[in-house]
Design a protein around this ligand. Structure first.
Ligand code: ADP
Length: 496
C-alpha cells in the first residue's frame, strides 16, 4: 500500500491517480454505462480534467435497482443483524486502512484540502463503526393490551433506498446514508454527484471486500438529470435520502410523490453564528473562521452569517479580516488552509453574488475577488470574503452563497441576536458563543435550527442527529434517529 506522501507526489506530478474506478458498481462488479458513454471529472485546484467515469442513465438505474431488489429480498433483509454488524465493522476497518488513498482521491475530486478530506474519511469510518454497533440493538416495543392480547412492534427495513449525494462532502455524505441503510437491512442504490463520483465507487469496492453480498450496494454515476432523476422516480425505490440544493430537493420530492416514496431532504442553509460580548474571544474567532472558510464555505451547515454584539463588533471583525487575508490558499494536495471551490459554475455563482452586492453599493471589507493557486496560477479560487454591517434584507444575508463569503450583522443584545438569527428561510444549524451557559441554553431553546453548536462550531459527531427545518429540509440523518429513517414500524396485535 502506498503512503500518503507517495500518493500526493504521484497525484501532483501525474495530475491523476492510476486505478480509479471507471464504471458503475452494479451487482457487485464494475460495469460500463449501458449507453457506452462516459464523462470527465475535474481537479478544481488545476481547473483541469483528471479522470473519466461512466455517464449513466435510466438503463443503468434499472439494472442497479433490479440488483438491489433481488439482494434485499433474497439475502440482506434476512441476514442476521449481528452478521450485518460484522460486515459494517470490517468496512470501517478497511476505510481506516485506506485513509490515505481515499483522502487523496477526495481532495483531487472535490478540491478540499487534504487534511479536511482525511477528517471526512475518518468520519466515514466512524459512521460504519457506529451503525455496525447499532445493527443488533434495533429492537421494537411491546404494548400493554391486557392478559388476552399480545401486542408488539417490529422495525422492518424499508426496502431499497436511494442515496443522492452532493459534491461538497462526497464520502462523508455517502457513508452517513449508506451505513444506517445497510444496518437497518436495506439495499442501496447511490448516485454520487457528477463532480465527485470516485469515493462512493471506492466505498462500494471496500464494502464488497468487507463481505457485503453483491447487489446490496450499487453505485450509479452520471448527471442529476440523466441518472439522478430516473432513480428517484423509479417505482422500485422505497426511500430517498437527498442532500443538495433546495431547488433540486423540491423536484426530488415531487418525483418521489408520484410513487408515494418517503424522502429525507437535507437542503441548504444560511446558518447564523451568534457571538456575544462575554464570549471567549479566541475560541469565537477560531470558530467563526472555521465555520465559513472550511471547505471554502461549501458546506450546507457553514456559519455564513456572523451576528455579533455591538460592543465586541469593531475589533472582532478587524481581527477576522486580518485572519482571512492571512489564509494560505492553494491546491488541495499542497496542504493549504483553504482550497479552491468545486467548479467554474460555483465560482461564477459566488462572484455573481459579490458583483451584484457591489453594484448596489455594498462595501466588501475583505476579499471579493477570484484568484488562483499561487504556485501554478491555476484553479477555481475565490478569496476569503467578509462583508460587514449587512442589512437583514440584503441578498447576501438571505441567500445561500455556498462559498467563502461571511456576512456580518450587529446585534444590540442576545434577544436582538436571536431575532436576527431566526429571520431566515433556512433553519439548519446555529452557533452560539457566550460564557453564560444559562443564556446559551435559553438561546438554544429558541433558535430555529435542527442543531445548535455552543462554544464550538461543528461540535458533535455521528452520534448526533442532523437535519433541518423550514427550507433546509426535514428528516434526520446520523444518530439512532438516522437509523430509524430506514425502518418502517410494523405493529402486531393478537388475541391469545
Ligand atoms: P448543485 O446545484 O450544487 O450541483 P444539486 O442539488 O443539483 O446541487 O445536486 C445534488 C445531487 O443531486 C447531485 O448528485 C446531482 O447529480 C443530483 N441531482 C441533480 N438533479 C437531480 C434530479 N432532478 N433528480 C435527482 N437527483 C438530481
Amino acid at each position: 500500500m502506498q503512503s500518503k506522501q507517495e500518493l500526493v507526489a504521484l497525484a501532483l506530478s501525474a495530475g491523476t491517480l492510476p486505478g480509479l474506478p471507471q464504471g458503475h458498481f452494479i451487482d457487485g462488479a464494475s460495469s460500463t454505462a449501458a449507453s457506452g458513454r462516459s464523462m470527465e471529472s475535474f481537479d478544481p485546484g488545476r481547473a483541469a480534467p483528471f479522470a473519466v467515469f461512466a455517464r449513466g442513465d435510466a438503463g443503468d438505474v434499472e439494472a442497479a435497482v433490479g440488483s438491489a431488489r433481488r439482494a434485499f429480498e433474497q439475502t440482506w433483509r434476512d441476514t442476521p443483524a449481528a452478521a450485518r454488524g460484522r460486515i459494517l465493522q470490517r468496512a470501517a476497518e478497511l476505510i481506516r486502512e485506506e485513509t490515505a488513498r481515499l483522502a487523496v482521491v477526495e481532495s483531487l475530486d472535490s478540491g478540499k484540502p487534504l487534511a479536511e478530506a482525511e477528517g471526512d474519511v475518518r468520519g466515514a469510518a466512524r459512521a460504519f463503526e457506529y451503525y455496525a454497533g447499532a445493527c443488533d440493538k434495533l429492537q421494537g416495543d411491546t404494548f400493554p393490551l391486557g392478559p388476552d392480547y399480545l401486542g408488539y412492534s417490529l422495525h422492518e427495513p424499508v426496502g431499497v433506498a436511494a442515496q443522492i449525494i452532493p459534491w461538497n462532502f462526497p464520502i462523508s455524505t455517502a457513508a452517513r446514508g449508506i451505513a444506517p441503510a445497510l444496518a437497518a437491512g436495506c439495499a442501496v442504490v447511490a448516485k454520487p454527484a457528477e463532480q465527485t463520483p470516485f469515493t462512493a465507487l471506492l466505498l462500494a469496492e471496500l464494502l464488497k471486500r468487507a463481505g457485503l453480498p453483491d447487489g446490496v450496494l450499487n453505485v450509479v454515476t452520471g448527471t442529476g438529470a440523466e441518472a439522478g432523476a430516473p432513480l428517484v422516480a423509479h417505482p422500485g425505490i422505497d426511500h430517498v435520502t437527498f442532500t443538495g440544493s433546495v431547488a433540486t430537493g423540491i423536484g426530488v420530492m415531487k418525483a418521489a410523490a408520484d410513487n408515494v416514496t418517503r424522502v429525507v431532504l437535507e437542503l441548504g442553509g444560511k446558518s447564523p453564528v451568534i457571538v456575544l460580548a462575554d464570549c471567549d474571544r479566541k475560541a469565537a474567532l477560531d470558530g467563526v473562521m472555521g465555520a465559513i472558510f472550511e471547505n471554502a464555505g461549501q458546506i450546507c451547515s457553514a456559519g455564513s452569517r456572523l451576528i455579533v454584539e455591538r460592543s465586541l463588533h469593531d475589533g472582532f471583525v478587524e481581527d477576522l479580516c486580518r485572519r482571512a487575508e492571512a489564509l494560505r490558499l492553494g491546491h488541495a494536495l499542497r496542504e493549504p488552509q483553504m482550497g479552491p471551490v468545486n467548479s467554474d459554475t460555483q465560482l461564477g455563482r459566488i462572484a455573481g453574488f459579490i458583483d451584484r452586492a457591489r453594484a448596489r453599493g455594498v462595501d466588501v471589507a475583505t476579499g471579493g475577488a477570484e484568484t488562483a493557486d499561487p504556485e501554478s496560477g491555476q484553479g477555481w479560487f475565490y478569496r476569503p470574503t467578509i462583508v460587514d454591517d449587512c442589512a437583514p434584507d440584503d441578498e447576501l444575508v438571505r441567500e445561500e452563497i455556498f462559498g467563502p463569503v461571511l456576512t456580518v450583522q450587529i446585534a444590540e443584545d442576545a434577544q436582538h441576536a436571536l431575532a436576527l438569527a431566526n429571520d431566515s428561510q433556512y433553519a439548519l444549524v446555529a452557533g452560539v458563543y457566550t460564557a453564560d451557559f444559562a443564556k446559551a441554553h435559553r438561546l438554544a431553546a429558541r433558535l430555529d435550527a435542527g442543531q445548535v453548536y455552543i462554544n464550538e462550531y461543528f461540535a458533535g459527531g455521528i452520534e448526533v442527529p442532523f437535519g433541518g427545518n423550514k427550507k433546509s429540509g426535514f428528516g434526520r440523518e446520523k444518530g439512532l434517529e438516522g437509523l430509524l429513517s430506514y425502518c418502517r414500524t410494523k405493529s402486531i396485535a393478537a388475541r391469545i
